[in-house]
Design a protein around this ligand. Structure first.
Ligand SMILES: Nc1nc2c(ncn2[C@@H]2O[C@H](COP(=O)(O)OP(=O)(O)OP(=O)(O)O)[C@@H](O)[C@H]2O)c(=O)[nH]1
Ligand SMILES: [Mg+2]
Length: 585
C-alpha cells in the first residue's frame, strides 16, 4: 500500500505549518544550557532560519545524555541447588523415642529470560557476568520444609538472540555415572560367579571341599546422595542399609541443549533457561515396618549451570542510514524526545541510539492512526498452551527509530564504525536514508549509501549460507550406507541435501520499503540538489533507472524524498506520516 502522504512538488518549508513551528521554537529555549562556542562550529551565519544555538535541536556538544550501550553479553547462569532433607525425631516430655519428623528441603530457584519493550541495551547484563538463582533451604525438624530458592528473571530488550555455549548438568552426569557403575558392578558379579563356579568344579574334581565366601559387595554408587544422622559412629554408618534412591523428576523440565532463542517479539511469559535442583527428602519418607527410625535423608539436587551468549539486534521499526554529519541525530531529537549527542563533526554518534516516536499524545486524540499486525511467534507460547496463530490487528501508538553511527565508503569492509552497527538496521521494517543537501550531490550520496548497504546485505547472506553449509550433515548417496530409510525400508531422498546455496541477492535488506530524508533544507542553494534527487527517485519508481543498490527485484514502489530542516523541526511531521504509511503497508 502506498504511504498516505504524497511527496510535495515544492520544497521548502517556511513552510508547512508556520504557526505550529513558531510555537515549537519558543519551547526548547527553556531547556537551553550555556554553550561552548569553541566546540560547536555550526555556521549560524549561513543559517538564518536555524534556532538559537543551545536549543534542544541545536544543542551544545556537551548537552546530551550518556547512553550506556552494549549489544553483546556472556553470562554464566547458576540455577539454585535443592535444600537437603532433614533427619530428625520427635522429642517430647515422656516420649523418649518419638517418630521421624525431618522436613523436606526446598527446591532451588530457576532462571528465566523475558524480552520486554523499554529495554534497549544489554550493558547491565554485560557487567554482571554471573547470575545465580537462590538455593533451596534445607528442611528442619518438626516437619518444617525448607523455603524454595528465589527465581531470577533476566530481562532483555526485544531483538535479543540467546545462544547456549556450555552446559554442566550434575544430575544428568550423576545418572549417567550411576548407570555405568551399576552396569560395571553387574558385570563384575557375573564374572565372579563364573569364576567361583569354575573353582568349585575344579575343587570337586580334586576332592577338596573348600568353602568359598561371598565376594565383597562393591560400594553403592548412590551412597553419596544420602545424608546420614550426624550422631552415627562410623561403624554404625557402615552398617546402615540404605534403600534404593527414589527416582524423582525435576519440577520444571530443563530445556534440551543447546538452547537457541530469537526473542524478536516481547515474550508474554518468562522462558525457562535453567531449572533449579529439587529438594532432598526428609527421613519420614523412608519409614517402614522394618525400619521405623530411618537415620538418613536425601541430599538436595545440585543445580545446572549454563554459559549463554546474548546478542542484541535492535529491533527498531525505522533505521536511519546516512553519511557522518548528515544530521541523523538531530533528526532523531526532532522526532522523539531522545537526547542523543549532536555535533558538527563526523562520528559524533559512536553507539546506536533508539528513540520512540509517540503517535498518540495521550490527550485522547491520536496524532496519526496506524495499525500493526502482531504475528504470534513460538516464543510467545513456549509451553504450547494456546493454539492462536492468527495475526492480531492492534492500534500503533508509537514506533521506534534507530540512529546508528555514520557510514563511510567501505563500511561493509569494516571501515569507519560501519559494519558493527549495520546489523542494527538489518531488522528494521523501514530504512530512512538521511542525506545532507548541503554536502555535495545528493544522488551520488544516496547511491554510495545503498552500495554499502547492498554489499553488506550480500556479505551477510554469504555468511548465513556458509553457516548453514557447515551445519549440514552430508553423506554419500552412492555409498548407500547411513542413508535414512522410510517405513518401507526405501532410501529417502532429500532434494535439498545437495542443493547449492542460493546465490546472495541482498534482497533481505534491499527488499525493504525505504525513503530519503533530505536534511538541512534551510541552508541556501540546496533547492537544485533536492530537485535532482526528487527527479532521480521518480525515475527509480517508474523503473527507468535501476534501484540505487543495483539489486534486482528491490523495493521501488514509491521512492520519495522528504525535505526537512531538522534543526528547526520543519518537515518532521511529514516524515512521521510517511513512515507510518510504510510501516502499515
Ligand atoms: N542547518 C542545519 N544544520 C543541521 C540540520 N540538521 C543537523 N544539522 C547540523 O549538522 C551537524 C551534524 O548533525 P548530527 O545530527 O550530529 O549529524 P549525524 O548524522 O548524527 O552525525 P554522526 O553522528 O557523526 O554520523 C550539527 O552541527 C547539526 O546542528 C539542519 O536541518 N539544518
Ligand atoms: Mg549522530
Amino acid at each position: 500500500m502506498a504511504p498516505r502522504c504524497s511527496s510535495t512538488s515544492t520544497l521548502f518549508l517556511p513552510f508547512l505549518y508556520p504557526s505550529l513551528y513558531s510555537a515549537r521554537a519558543t519551547v526548547p529555549r527553556l531547556l537551553s544550557r550555556p554553550c561552548d562556542r569553541r566546540t560547536n562550529s555550526t555556521d549560524t551565519s549561513t543559517n538564518s532560519a536555524a534556532p538559537e544555538f543551545g536549543s534542544r535541536l541545536n544543542p551544545a556538544p556537551d548537552d546530551f545524555s550518556m547512553p550506556n550501550f552494549a549489544d553483546k553479553a556472556k553470562l554464566m547462569l547458576y540455577a539454585g541447588g535443592g535444600g537437603h532433607g532433614c533427619i530428625s525425631f520427635l522429642r517430647e516430655a515422656y516420649m523418649a523415642d518419638g517418630p521421624a519428623n525431618g522436613g523436606d528441603g526446598g527446591h532451588g530457584g530457576n532462571i528465566y529470560i523475558q524480552a520486554v519493550h523499554g529495554e534497549t541495551s544489554l550493558h547491565k547484563l554485560a557487567r554482571r557476568r554471573f547470575i545465580r538463582a537462590g538455593k533451596g533451604k534445607s528442611g528442619q525438624g518438626d516437619n518444617q520444609g525448607g523455603r524454595k530458592g528465589d527465581d531470577i528473571i533476566i530481562v532483555v530488550p526485544v531483538g535479543t538472540i540467546v545462544k547456549e555455549l556450555e552446559r554442566n548438568d550434575p544430575v544428568a552426569e550423576e545418572r549417567f555415572l550411576s548407570r555405568r557403575q551399576k552396569w560395571q558392578r553387574d558385570k563384575k558379579k557375573r564374572q565372579a560367579a563364573a569364576a567361583r563356579l569354575e573353582a568349585a568344579e575344579a575343587a570337586a574334581e580334586e576332592g577338596e571341599n573348600e568353602a568359598f565366601g561371598e565376594p565383597d559387595e562393591p560400594e553403592d554408587p548412590d551412597r553419596d546422595q544420602w545424608l546420614l544422622y550426624p550422631g552415627c559412629s562410623s561403624s554404625e554408618a557402615k552398617r546402615i542399609v540404605l534403600p534404593r534412591l527414589p527416582h524423582r523428576e525435576r519440577l520444571y523440565a530443563q530445556p534440551p541443549a543447546p538452547i537457541h532463542l530469537d526473542l524478536s517479539r516481547p515474550t508474554p511469559r518468562p522462558i525457562l533457561l535453567a531449572a533449579g535442583g529439587i529438594g532432598g527428602l526428609g527421613n519420614p519418607h523412608f519409614v517402614s515396618r522394618e525400619r521405623p527410625k530411618p537415620l538418613f535423608a536425601t541430599k538436595g539436587e545440585d543445580a545446572i549451570s549454563l554459559q549463554i551468549e546474548l546478542e542484541l539486534k535492535l529491533l527498531a521499526d525505522v533505521g536511519l542510514v546516512g553519511l557522518p554529519n548528515a544530521g541523523k541525530s538531530t533528526l532523531l531529537r526532532a522526532m522523539s524526545n531522545s537526547r542523543t549527542r549532536v555535533g558538527n563533526w563526523a562520528f559524533t554518534t559512536l553507539q546506536p541510539n533508539v528513540g520512540t516516536v509517540v503517535l498518540d499524545n495521550n490527550k485522547g486524540r491520536p496524532l496519526v492512526t496506524s495499525f500493526r499486525r502482531e504475528q504470534p511467534s513460538e516464543n510467545d507460547d513456549p509451553y504450547g498452551v494456546s493454539d492462536n496463530s492468527e495475526p492480531e490487528l492492534q492500534v500503533r501508538t508509537r514506533f521506534t527509530v534507530a540512529d546508528i553511527p555514520g557510514l563511510i565508503e567501505g563500511a561493509h569492509m569494516d571501515k569507519g564504525l560501519g559494519i558493527a552497527f549495520l546489523r542494527h538496521v538489518e531488522r528494521a521494517g523501514v530504512l530512512a536514508f538521511v542525506i545532507d543537501l548541503n554536502a555535495g550531490n545528493a544522488v551520488r550520496a544516496l547511491k554510495a549509501l545503498w552500495n554499502e548497504v547492498g554489499l553488506y546485505a550480500k556479505m551477510r547472506e554469504d555468511e548465513e549460507a556458509e553457516r548453514e553449509r557447515e551445519a549440514r550433515i552430508e553423506w554419500d548417496p552412492e555409498a548407500g550406507t547411513g542413508m535414512p530409510r522410510d517405513a518401507d525400508g526405501d532410501q529417502m531422498i532429500f532434494s535439498d541435501t545437495f542443493a547449492p546455496p542460493a546465490s546472495p541477492t541482498g534482497l533481505h535488506i534491499a527488499g525493504k520499503p525505504w525513503f530519503v530524508i533530505a536534511t538541512k533544507g534551510d541552508l541556501p542553494d540546496t533547492q537544485e540538489n533536492f530537485a535532482e534527487l526528487r527527479e532521480y527517485l521518480a525515475s527509480v519508481t517508474r523503473g527507468d533507472v535501476p534501484h540505487p543498490s543495483g539489486v534486482e527485484g528491490a523495493w521501488t514502489e514509491n521512492c520519495t524524498a522528504i525535505p526537512v530542516s531538522a534543526i528547526n523541526g520543519h518537515g518532521v511531521d511529514r516524515v512521521v506520516h510517511w513512515t507510518v504509511g510504510l510501516l502499515d503497508g
